[in-house]
Design a protein around this ligand. Sequence first.
Ligand code: NDP
Length: 246
Amino acid sequence: MTARLDGRVALVTGASRGIGYELAAALAAEGAHVYCVARTVGGLEELDDRIRRTGGSATLVPLDLLDYEGIDRLGAAIFERHRKLDVMVANAGMLGVLSPIGHIEPKTFEKTLATNVTSVWRLIRSLDPLLRASDAGRAIMMSSGAAHSAKAYWSLYAATKAAVEAMTKSWANETAKTNLKVNSVNPGATATKMRAQAMPGEDPKTLPTPQEVASKILPLALPELNVTGGYFDVRENRFLDYHMPG
Ligand code: NDP
């Protein structure tokens, strides 16, 4: 087994299923100790079994990311234990609703914004000092092609992902002179629960699996990565727009 992340500490949100689950498993297989965050304990326990079977280690964090103080407590606990964080994957998210923009229920709008944007900012706020304390901090911010495509009925989800990309670029500029590299990712259509909710008639067998997608994202977590402020497109397997630091 290769172990390019031996001795490293990683955190993945939305680790109970889908892309986050597979990314957490992939990071652990590379030797990282992985903090696995989500609400569904069953999914986290299944992930823990898988990681342990392959000789890896994880800490399960059953947390609703709308519990912002809980995010702060998590940051403090990682600081107490490790004094640093090497990899943060802000992956958790929700679709909200596909709807004409004027018909979105205010409650749905607020919850989707809180989940996809505010909780991501709270993660950055809590973990930025720990990522800077690493000699090779890496942040992977999950976006979507929807942020750019302006498709009818996708306004809510698209707006949240555009916000994630804007925060990522600003954060990259703020940290350009540090060891921290922060990039956003478009995983592309992937066979997960979220995709099935968005496209109920689609045959998931026609889509890449979360495992395939996670293996393409993994290099963004490695110390040798030398790109920050970029937008990585999984389908194309490359950064579509980026600047090298320095
Ligand atoms: P899934 O719906 O399969 O998984 C979403 C994950 O987010 C779950 O683990 C869920 O855990 C977690 N989550 C959602 N809300 C919360 C919350 N309040 N607190 C804690 N955890 C939460 O989605 P995908 O794997 O498909 O998506 C992963 C990321 O990739 C998302 O950001 C999505 O927008 C993005 N993406 C996905 C695409 C696709 O085709 N699948 C395409 C483009 C982007 P739990 O419910 O247990 O809390």
